[in-house]
Design a protein around this ligand. Structure first.
Ligand code: COI
Length: 356
């Protein structure tokens, strides 16, 4: 791979070439795949270690119809972002946390996993190779999607004999079509996302397939997404299809505690720390649906959604709106503090950002 970065566009202008920026409309990116130039692939070796891995042109991969990922869902994914600063430097946000989460998930899914060092190094390589796809400062970020999959063949139910660690990237803007405006959620009353003892707490691919039915039904009715309740009591909040949830009451911030059914979000964890630094009391505990309906403010967190305010919740046909009586906008403050850190616009006393 040449160190001079190539962009797929054949109509690259001299200015774009000089600034190494791909030829797309940076004002109109949402959260859909934009094919970039390179992906990274490493294969598992016999001893559970991984090959060093290398960059390949982004594109289809060959997979046996009998691959473990296709037949038995033996796979994990991660999500993290790279931001471009005005001086051209690139920032990653807590990538070692994604690496650790993938290692924990791999243990649960009976897969070998790359070391933290290997994971972070591979992320850096693929980001640098796709530098021209990182949105200019203020226009979005480069979403990084690491995958760990059972690619060896199986027929009877068993862990696959081989694994692939692959990373692809895509420039992204806002996750929800609402942009930064509040989203409208419906509390799901029939389906559940996870069960105690299941895999809800790891980022395995099947968790996300399992929510599509409820999510599609909700979207068809005009809601932005679905909020799930626990499967035993059907009254405690769990999370939204693609993000964690927080409620604010009298300036106390509460979020469901990590208990095995809830995805341990890195943005969730970071927002809790940021909020405490800002002087808020943050509680991780069981949060009831009644508390949700009585909250001053509700918001969601995730790598893709960042910090998204919730404008309304519908539960059993009753709609509650937020933000009307709230004295302050807690989510707005947390969004600003977090994104300033992620974009390298503020001091980083905790050393969360990694400069490439
Ligand atoms: C992320 O926020 O990065 C996720 O993995 C959620 C995904 C459904 C977009």
């Amino acid at each position: 791979l040449e160190p001079s970065f190539r962009c797929q566009s054949s109509r690259k202008s001299a200015i774009q070439a000089a600034t190494q920026l791909a030829d797309i409309n940076w004002d109109s990116i949402g959260f859909g795949l934009v094919s970039t130039d390179y992906m990274y692939i490493a294969k598992s070796l016999k001893d559970g270690e991984f090959s060093e891995g290398e960059l390949h042109r982004f594109g289809p991969i060959q997979l046996s119809p009998s691959a473990g990922i296709l037949n038995y869902g033996q796979g994990l994914f991660e999500g993290l972002k790279a931001y471009q600063r005005e001086d051209g430097s690139i920032l990653l946000f807590r990538p070692e946390e994604n690496a650790l989460r993938m290692r924990l998930g791999a243990e649960r899914m009976c897969m070998p996993s790359p070391t933290v060092e290997h994971f972070v190094d591979a992320v850096k390589k693929v980001v640098v190779a796709n530098k021209c796809w990182i949105p200019p400062s203020g226009k979005g970020s480069l979403y990084i999607r690491p995958l760990l999959m059972g690619t060896g063949t199986v027929l009877g139910l068993a862990p696959a004999p081989e694994y692939t660690f692959l990373i692809f990237v895509s420039p992204v803007g806002n996750y929800f079509k609402e942009g930064l405006a509040p989203i409208n959620l419906i509390v799901e009353n029939e389906f559940h996302r996870a069960i105690p003892g299941g895999t809800g707490g790891v980022k395995t691919v099947g968790n996300y397939a399992a929510v599509l039915k409820a999510q599609s039904t909700a979207k068809a009715k005009g809601y932005s997404d679905v909020l799930y309740l626990d499967s035993i009591h059907k009254k405690y909040l769990e999370e939204v299809s693609s993000c964690n949830v927080f409620v604010v009451k009298d300036n106390v911030i509460s979020t469901p505690a990590i208990n095995g059914t809830i995805l341990p979000g890195i943005t969730r964890k970071s927002v809790i720390e940021v909020a405490r630094t800002q002087g808020f009391l943050v509680e991780e505990r069981l949060v009831t649906v009644d508390e949700l309906l009585d909250a001053d403010e509700v918001f969601c967190t995730g790598t893709a959604v960042v910090v998204s305010p919730v404008g309304s919740i519908t539960y059993l046909g009753k709609r509650v709106e937020y933000g009307k009586n709230a004295v302050s906008c807690v989510s707005g403050l947390l969004y600003n503090v977090l994104t300033s850190l992620q974009m390298g616009l503020s001091e980083d006393p905790l050393g969360w950002t990694v400069i490439i």
